[in-house]
Unconditional design. Structure first.
Length: 210
């Protein structure tokens, strides 16, 4: 509680945050909230047991989310939300939420690459290289106040093993803390994953070349 960092959650619209109370605390004279002393808070080899005495480190749940669920493959259901730690005020986290929940559209130039849009579960834009001879991809983030660009991640499937060269609005961006990339080897080919530390509420043109 004394840390300068505070936890935050960002949920899709329609989610509810409710007091935690299912089931009721077994020892109300010990704790007002359901309390556990299992791993990782405590080293007891258990995935869920109630604390019945103040003899170990423990944790409590004060609130519980009811997120929006969507149908997955078969009988499964899916949901997603962002969770993290921050030293920023809630007002600055609003841009994080908008960039994730209302990600700006990505408009591609040419037909050598295809876009699968924004994948909220990866927090990344997913592209695919269709033309094996293509050496460059150009696209525009249609950013705005309601749909800002904030530190975008980009996955380019079947890019190959070449390192990328990045330019934003025609200006070269050197690799480093603000522009990082890596490769993922798959059976279908080698994918490229990029992270760019950049924020904007206006359209941005990205050029990535081999």
């Amino acid at each position: 509680m004394k840390s300068k960092y505070r936890p935050f959650y960002i949920y899709p619209p329609g989610s509810k945050i409710l007091p935690y109370g299912a089931p009721a605390e077994l020892r109300p004279e010990f704790s007002h909230f359901p309390t556990w002393n299992h791993w990782p808070v405590d080293m007891a080899p258990s995935d869920g047991r109630y604390a019945l005495a103040a003899d170990r480190f423990s944790s409590s749940a004060v609130t519980s989310p009811e997120p929006v669920w969507t149908s997955g493959p078969g009988p499964s259901q899916n949901t997603d939300f962002l969770i993290g730690l921050t030293s920023k005020p809630a007002s600055e986290l609003a841009a994080v939420g908008r960039s994730w929940l209302q990600a700006p559209k990505l408009s591609l130039s040419g037909s050598a690459f295809a876009t699968q849009g924004y994948d909220r579960t990866q927090r990344a834009y997913v592209l695919a290289r269709r033309d094996a001879a293509a050496e460059q991809v150009d696209f525009v983030f249609e950013a705005s106040e309601s749909s800002p660009v904030l530190n975008p991640a980009i996955v380019i499937e079947r890019w190959g093993e070449s390192d990328p060269v990045l330019a934003i609005d025609g200006k070269a961006v050197a690799a480093g803390a603000g522009f990082r990339f890596g490769h993922v080897d798959r059976i279908e080919g080698t994918d490229l994953v990029l992270f760019v530390r950049h924020q904007s509420t206006r359209p941005l043109r990205f050029t990535i070349s081999r």
